[in-house]
Write a new protein. Structure first.
Ligand code: SF4
Ligand code: SF4
Length: 317
């Protein structure tokens, strides 16, 4: 099967971006990943550092006999209201349906379409599988990895989700595009927590400082010294993408799955008063469920600069 056919079918399945990488190890990228985790920059994200780290070395650990990794990208960019003082900010990827479900369904359709003409075995990966997905997406020609660590596509920017279909099909691989960050440092300068840090002559993300990590991945109590850094961010942070010049004319997603399912900028005080039932009703089927009620309340209280316990007492009153 020609890789052009794969790309056409991927577009038919709703992916704006598609390309092919070989299903083999990416030694240089894996070495960078290993030194990044060894430096503690993954924070408490154990799924990046436990036995699954070794699986990431080669996609054939996920599908024995794999020959190719079909990498896809799906836009999620949405028009957003103006930011207002005292109103919450949610990362724009979290406004619509949970992307894991959406991309998995579309990749499933793609896998079956391919199987109609070329029988194959496959494995679908969407974010959670131990795979260096940005590295394979770069190899597959979808974009370069910017200083903000996002994959950036020259015409489309970086507001897209990545997914992969690891397959036993032998397909002609694409080539990585050139890095177009040039001398730009906007994301580094705009990051409110200085989370993009120098490393080996380049830049990397220290997750422990990143608002996305702090508001979504970190469990338990919020470190006291970090409480003041959130601003109004209660779930994720998009600043380093918003300032990127390659997103200046980024297109919006036409997929209704990613249209906002809740008010994207509610007053912080309104969120602080949510009950667990209202939380579930408001954020059902969206990525916000990942933090659970307690996590979102912790973030809201940090944004309001209030002790979390005090807020719960107010709710109970
Ligand atoms: S997501 Fe926000 S906090 Fe994290 S690196 Fe980007 S700008 Fe900094
Ligand atoms: S803001 Fe500039 S340096 Fe950062 S990712 Fe975009 S182009 Fe690269």
């Amino acid at each position: 099967m020609q890789s052009d056919t794969v790309k056409r079918l991927a577009h038919e399945c709703g992916f704006e971006l598609a390309g092919v990488a070989r299903a083999g190890p990416l030694t240089g990228d894996y070495a960078l990943y290993s030194t990044w985790t060894a430096a503690g920059m993954a924070g408490e994200m154990r799924y990046l550092t436990d036995r699954r780290a070794e699986v990431r070395r080669d996609p054939r650990n996920l599908l024995p006999g794999a020959r190719s990794v079909i990498c896809v990208g799906k836009l999620y960019n949405q028009p957003l209201p103006e930011r207002r003082e005292g109103h919450a900010v949610f990362s724009r990827y979290a406004l619509g349906r949970d992307y894991h479900d959406v991309l998995r369904e579309d990749l499933e359709r793609l896998a079956h379409k391919l199987a109609e003409t070329a029988p194959h075995e496959w494995k679908i990966c969407v974010d959670t599988a131990p795979l260096l997905e940005r590295s394979y997406a770069r190899q597959a020609g979808l974009g370069w990895i910017g200083r903000n660590t996002c994959l950036i596509n020259e015409p489309l920017g970086s507001w897209f989700f990545l997914g992969e279909l690891i397959t036993t099909l032998e397909l002609a691989p694409d080539s990585p595009p050139p890095d177009r960050c040039g001398t730009c440092t906007r994301c580094i300068e705009a990051c409110p927590t200085q989370a993009i840090v120098p490393r080996d002559g380049g830049w990397t993300l220290d997750s422990r400082r990143c608002i996305s990590y702090l508001t979504i991945e970190l469990r338990g109590a919020f470190p006291e010294e970090q409480r003041g850094v959130l601003g109004s961010h209660v779930f994720g942070c998009d600043i380093c993408q918003e300032v990127c010049p390659w997103n200046a004319r980024a297109p919006e997603s036409s997929d209704p799955a990613f249209a906002p399912l809740y008010d994207p900028a509610p007053p912080l005080e309104e969120l602080a008063a949510l009950t667990p039932q209202e939380f579930r009703r408001r954020f059902r089927d969206t990525p916000v469920m990942r933090t659970k009620y307690e996590g979102l309340m912790r973030n809201v209280s940090a944004s309001l600069q209030e002790p979390c316990n005090q807020m719960h007492e107010q709710q109970d009153a």
